[in-house]
Every structure is written in C-alpha cells, then in structure tokens.
Ligand binder design. Structure first.
Ligand SMILES: Cc1cc2nc3c(=O)[nH]c(=O)nc-3n(C[C@H](O)[C@H](O)[C@H](O)COP(=O)(O)O)c2cc1C
Length: 413
C-alpha cells in the first residue's frame, strides 16, 4: 500500500478511505468553523521561496542539534493522543519510525500505549508531553516516571485550559470508549480492514491516563480532557514543573510572543509555537505568521519549535527560514500511520526529508543554519509581496532579550 503515496496529501486521502468517518474526522478536524485549520495552510501557501541558483549545493546536510543531541533532520513527531485509533499500538509504531530516522518522538499523555512500552519502542530519543492535571500529584508522578524511563525532554502543553469545540466529533457522536450507534456500525461495515484490525487488537484505550486517573467513559475526548485538565494553570505551574524536572523543558501551545520573557525568566529551554493544529482557539493566528516575532523576542536564548499545518518539505523550509529550529509534525504522520503503521510513517518521513532536500538545494541552504528570512517573500495583502524584516526573522539574534518596538511593517501579517 505504501508505494502508492508520494506526498502527505496522498497519505491523507488513503487514510480518509481506510478509516471510519468518526475516526478520520477526529484526526483531520479542527475546532469551531475550522477557520484556523484552513488558515494554517493558507498562511504557509502565501509565503514564497527564493531560489538562489547558482549556489554550490553539491554537499548538503540536514543535521540539527536540539538540547545537545544530534538528529538527522529538523523534524519531530509531535504528541498526538489516541494514535491507536489510527493503527493498533500506534504510539509504538510512531516511536519506531522516528527512531529509524534519528528524530525525536514526543509521546502524548493521551497515548494509547504505556510509557514503559513507548520507552523501549525503537532506540531513538523520546520526549514526553505533559498535561498539568487538577490532581498535581498525578502530573508529578508522570514527570518522575518520564525521568526514570529515560525520556529526554518534557513538553508541557498549555493551550488546553478548555477544549476547543470540535464540531465534527460532536456530529459524529465520537465517544470514549467507542459507542456503537447505527451510523458507526454502518461505517464499520464500510471499512472492514480497520474494523477487523481493531477487533483483533481491541479498541484503543488512553493507557497513561487510565492508569493514573481511572477514566470514566466520556462522550467526547474533549469532555474527558475538560474533566481532568486544570484551567487555572499559569506560569507559576510551569515553574513548579521546572523545579520537578531537571532536563530540557519545553512549553507547547504558545502564540503570544510576549510569553517569551516569562518562559525565559523561569528557566524554560524551548517553546512550541502551536495552535494545536487548529483544534483549540478557532480564529487563532497561523503559527508561521507569528514565528518571526517569537524569534525576534527569543534571540538565541530559547529553542523554537513550531507546528500546525506543516505537510511538505517546502513548508518546513519556510519555518526554518523564518526562525524555527525544527518543525513538529502532527497529522502528517498520523495519516501515514493509518495507511500502514510504522512502515508508512517511515515512508512519510522519507518523503518529507526528500522534499526538504529539494527545497534546501534549490534555495541554496547547504546546512539548516543557512536558512534565513532573506530567502522568503510574503504578501500581507493580496497581490502585494514584501520582504520579511531581517530583524524580525533573524534566526539567532545575539545579546540579551530585547522587546521589539520596531515597526511591524515588512513582518508577516
Ligand atoms: C488527533 C490529534 C491528537 C492530538 N493530541 C495531542 C495531545 O495529546 N497533546 C498535545 O499536546 N497535542 C496534541 N495534538 C496537537 C499536536 O501535537 C499538534 O499541535 C498539531 O497536530 C499540529 O498540527 P498539524 O496536525 O497540522 O501538524 C493532537 C493533534 C491531533 C491531530
């Protein structure tokens, strides 16, 4: 099946056909009007790349170092809950594929495998994504477990004070555990491959949360999260995690560059600029549009990861040019997972790598550090293309943190 897919859009289409609708929609959907889901794509598409021929690109590298570890490319598989709905034991398959490509895999708190299982899936680096639960003792236990199992970094997700309203899930009657309505049973019959596989493996369970919280059933995953997540979480709680975890600490789900100095002050090492793939705040800004401001605020002090909407190597080149150290992937590898488990995910990663190679060579970036804002143009208004301000987009600005007061003209809209 895997040789039929030549880009992430092909994997998405195969996943759409293979998965029952309520599962595909859970993965594919966004919140509210899905305005941000769409904007993540259109913002990336608005940015144009400058080919820089002729440049000697006979020798190129995608090697990147994150928190002192060397990886083969500036891509991470980000945390996605309920991956087992796409493929049995999906988290383990994702971890193994990431290991084969020497990139980090970020395990979700809402994983469908245990932390012990994921820790030994493939020989690669695993990070753990933490939710701060109302019961802090649970989160603290997860932090200790992540440390003892050798997870290399912690990503604390902060954009879940309240779950986004995911209308596709509501309309499809998406529930945990799955509740078999006539519509869902009809969908099962229409997708025998997935149905048989899931019947043999057993329905996916949120293993980490079930072990710690003894989950009751919930009508939607959003309701489940709402019952457990704490809307009072603020920077004091991140400080609390900082004190409990001595490895690299990353805060995931920020969109306001004003948060950079707060993160820095309490010893956070990195940020994931994310709108949760358009699944939380409907109407949120596309992450590629705000990335240059984050880089201008952070200078060289914080590692900046970005996600939401990235589907091609050219998208990743855009993020690198505008100041990201690496890009986290959400749905792209989930679509692939649904098509054929680890093998398909590995192939999707190879495709992204090849696409990035093409972009990199044609843009004249011999190494990842050669990407810069001068390599892109964008148009804030239809038909108007302007250069991105070099100061706003500079990947690494030396010196102390500075509040950017310069004119926003020329920066991304
Ligand atoms: C099905 C699904 C489940 C997700 N579960 C989590 C999660 O458990 N924790 C988390 O921090 N983010 C979660 N996310 C958000 C992703 O980590 C990431 O921010 C988002 O998918 C990036 O957008 P993209 O899918 O367009 O690449 C999930 C996303 C999807 C699509």
């Amino acid at each position: 099946m895997t040789d039929r897919q030549h880009c992430i859009a092909d994997f998405r289409e195969t996943a759409r056909r293979r998965l029952p609708r309520f599962v595909f929609d859970f993965i594919d959907g966004g919140s509210g009007t899905e305005n941000t889901l769409a904007e993540n794509r259109s913002a990336l598409d608005r940015i144009r790349l400058l080919g820089s021929a002729p440049t000697d690109v006979s020798s190129c590298s995608q090697a990147v170092s994150l928190f002192g570890q060397n990886y083969d490319m500036p891509i991470l598989i980000g945390p996605t809950g309920l991956a087992g709905a796409a493929w049995p034991r999906g988290d383990k398959e994702l971890a193994r594929a990431a290991a084969a490509h020497n990139i980090p895999f970020v395990m979700s708190t809402a994983a469908t495998a245990t932390m012990e299982e994921v820790a030994v899936s493939g020989s690669g680096t695993k990070w753990f994504q933490l939710y701060i639960f109302k019961d802090r003792a649970v989160s603290k236990r997860l932090v200790s477990k992540a440390r003892s199992l050798g997870f290399g970094a912690l990503e604390v997700t902060v954009d879940n004070a309240i779950p986004g309203r995911r209308l596709r899930d509501a309309r499809n009657g998406f529930s945990l555990p799955f509740r078999w309505t006539p519509a869902k049973l009809a969908s099962l019959a229409a997708h025998p491959g997935w149905s048989l596989q899931t019947a043999l493996a057993g329905p996916p369970r949120l293993e980490v949360m079930a072990a710690e919280l003894g989950l009751e059933k919930a009508d939607t995953i959003a309701e489940l999260m709402q019952a457990q997540l704490d809307p009072s979480v603020d920077w004091e709680d991140i400080k609390w995690v900082r004190d409990a975890w001595d490895g690299p600490l990353i805060v995931k789900g920020v969109l306001d560059p004003g948060q950079v100095s707060k993160a820095w002050d309490i010893g956070v090492d990195g940020l994931v600029i994310s709108n949760h793939g358009g699944r939380q705040l409907d109407g949120a800004i596309a992450t590629i549009d705000i990335l240059p401001e984050f880089r201008a605020e952070a200078g060289s002090k914080l590692t900046l990861l970005v996600d939401s909407g990235f589907r091609t190597g050219s998208d990743i080149a855009r993020a690198l040019a505008l100041g990201a150290d690496a890009v986290q992937i959400g749905r792209a590898t989930l679509y692939a997972l649904a098509c054929g488990g680890e093998e398909s995910v590995s192939r999707a990663l190879s495709i992204l790598k090849s696409e990035l190679t093409v972009a990199q060579m044609l843009m004249g970036a011999r190494t990842i550090n050669d990407f810069g804002p001068s390599m892109v143009r964008c148009h804030p208004a239809p038909g108007t293309f302007e250069p991105v301000s070099a100061a706003a987009g500079a990947r690494r600005r030396a010196g102390p943190l500075s509040l950017v007061t310069e004119s926003r003209q020329g920066a991304l809209p």
